[in-house]
Design a protein around this ligand. Structure first.
Ligand SMILES: Cc1cc2nc3c(=O)[nH]c(=O)nc-3n(C[C@H](O)[C@H](O)[C@H](O)COP(=O)(O)OP(=O)(O)OC[C@H]3O[C@@H](n4cnc5c(N)ncnc54)[C@H](O)[C@@H]3O)c2cc1C
Length: 451
């Protein structure tokens, strides 16, 4: 089936209109009439009316209670996918999205090409307090399952490296695919949730009315990139229902440097070096990239998810060399140290590193002990970041709803039947490379099969 564009207005009301019940409370005839008109207008116009008539909005919509089978909070990767799986089972689903459109993070992901999965997804590609938690969902919805869907929609893709699959075209294709899969789902954009109650079923009060359902799925993501609409809403819902939260931290985030190191390396902004970066037992071999504020690049982003503030990361700048032997054999050489280092590493970086950590003089003028120390430092460079660039630049949030509170099979809260948490709001954080989307699909699928 070719992948054509589906405007949001075409899918905001699915084929199963939500049942609406009128409250028999004090109502104003004019307001009812406005609402009746709005119901028959396209969503964009309804939204304008909503915004224009702020003061009367509450009284309009509070008059209506909309009953459905499943309410999903958040129209991101996990929410949309869960909605499509549940709708496929014939469930009547409504997605409530706070932003003006769904799937905004998908659109900016993978540099605009969405790294939508990773062929080598395994539970140890995820950080969580509860390492067994991801196993069931990942095994029941695999990268191959998502690839089958992508192929069904004729979306061309390629493996960039290390099992990372990207669209050949753009991330928009993945959003359009999800929207097509959600053809039977009602999606409410610009929908602000004001309160959630659970007298019996869940009752979600919003600026567009009160939605009630026996199942409530929280898919509001983490707090990274607030300017894309990220909020801590999911954590607040978890707290409201007495569930524990693992403190959220920026992850897959660039490091900042300070003092001499910042002065020296900020001048190298844009230079990258293949390195092995480690913190504790974790090691990542990929590029590190110097920025005007510190360090980024895939190896740094990966290690940042494990890093603890105030501690050093170790960088092996020449992981394939036997440096002690190599440098030792140069002990009679007239070559300057930075020139020798420039044979192995980018020249500008070699000069800056030499200026900071070793005298830039001919190699024959170093004592054998000094050369050994330099070799050791090049392969175990201890660098203590001053911090990270924080949630504003973090690709994801680590921490979130404690997985011990959830069923690993269904994502349902053990203490609160009918309440589900999926995607990044949960304390499951993937490595860089398509793993975070695979978790969004797998956890969304797990919940979508049972709600
Ligand atoms: C720049 C960038 C690039 C990335 N690239 C990749 C990549 O290539 N591959 C990969 O695997 N991962 C990537 N990620 C991570 C990936 O985008 C997320 O892990 C994934 O989107 C999480 O899905 P989610 O559905 O849980 O949350 P989100 O996709 O963040 O969706 C949450 C939704 O909930 C909505 N919402 C928030 N609060 C409320 C509320 N109160 N009421 C209603 N709705 C609300 C939000 O507006 C949003 O639409 C990237 C992230 C960023 C920031």
């Amino acid at each position: 089936m070719p992948c054509s564009s589906t405007p949001l207005s075409a899918i905001v009301q699915g084929p199963h209109p939500i049942q609406e019940e009128k409250y028999r409370t004090a109502s104003n005839g004019d307001e009812d009439q406005k609402y009746a008109i709005a119901r028959h207008l396209p969503i964009q116009i309804s939204l304008v009316l909503c915004v224009a008539s702020r003061s009367s909005r509450a009284s309009w919509f509070n008059l209506r209670r909309m009953k459905t089978d499943v309410i999903i909070l958040g129209g991101g990767a996990a929410g949309l996918f869960c909605a499509s799986v549940a709708a496929m089972r014939g469930r009547q689903v409504v997605v409530l999205e706070r932003s003006e459109k769904v799937g905004k993070k998908i659109l900016i992901s993978g540099g605009g090409r969405c790294n939508f999965t990773n062929l080598h997804t395994r539970p140890d590609n995820f950080l969580t307090n509860n390492p067994n938690f991801t196993k069931s969902a990942l095994a029941r919805f695999t990268p191959q399952d998502f690839i089958a869907l992508v192929k069904k929609h004729n979306i061309a893709f390629h493996e960039k490296k290390l099992g990372q699959l990207f669209c050949d075209g753009s991330s928009q294709e993945i959003v359009e695919m999800l929207l097509q899969e959600c053809a039977a789902v009602t999606i409410k954009a610009h929908c602000e949730v004001k309160s959630i109650q659970k007298p019996n079923e869940f009752a979600v009060e919003t600026n567009q009315g009160i939605f009630t359902a026996p199942s409530l799925v929280v898919a509001t993501g983490g707090v990274s990139i607030p300017k894309m609409g990220a909020t801590d809403f999911g954590y607040r819902v978890a707290k409201q229902f007495g569930l524990k939260i693992i403190p959220p931290k920026p992850a897959l985030v660039p490091f900042t440097l300070a003092h001499e190191e910042l002065q020296t390396f900020s001048e190298l902004s844009g230079v990258s070096v293949d390195a092995l970066v480690s913190f504790g037992k974790q090691k990542f071999r990929e590029n590190i990239l110097f920025t005007h504020r510190g360090l980024s690049g895939p190896a740094i982003l990966q290690i940042s998810s494990y890093w603890n503030a105030g501690q050093a990361v170790s960088i092996n700048l020449l992981p394939d060399e036997n440096l002690e032997e190599d440098l030792g054999s140069q002990s009679a050489s007239n070559m300057n140290f930075s020139t020798w280092l420039g044979i192995h590493l980018p020249h500008r970086f070699a000069k800056a590193w030499a200026a900071l950590y070793a005298a830039d003089k001919p190699l024959r003028q170093f004592h054998a002990k000094e050369l050994r120390r330099i070799a050791e430092r090049l392969q175990h460079w201890q660098l203590t970041p001053s911090g990270t660039e924080g949630f504003a630049k973090a690709e994801v949030t680590s921490g979130g709803v404690d997985t011990h509170e959830l069923s690993s099979k269904t994502m349902e809260a053990i203490k609160v039947p009918g309440l589900y948490f999926i995607g990044e709001v949960v304390d499951v954080t993937g490595h860089l490379g398509g793993f975070n989307f695979q978790w969004a699909w797998a956890s969304g699928h797990a919940a979508g099969q049972v709600v």
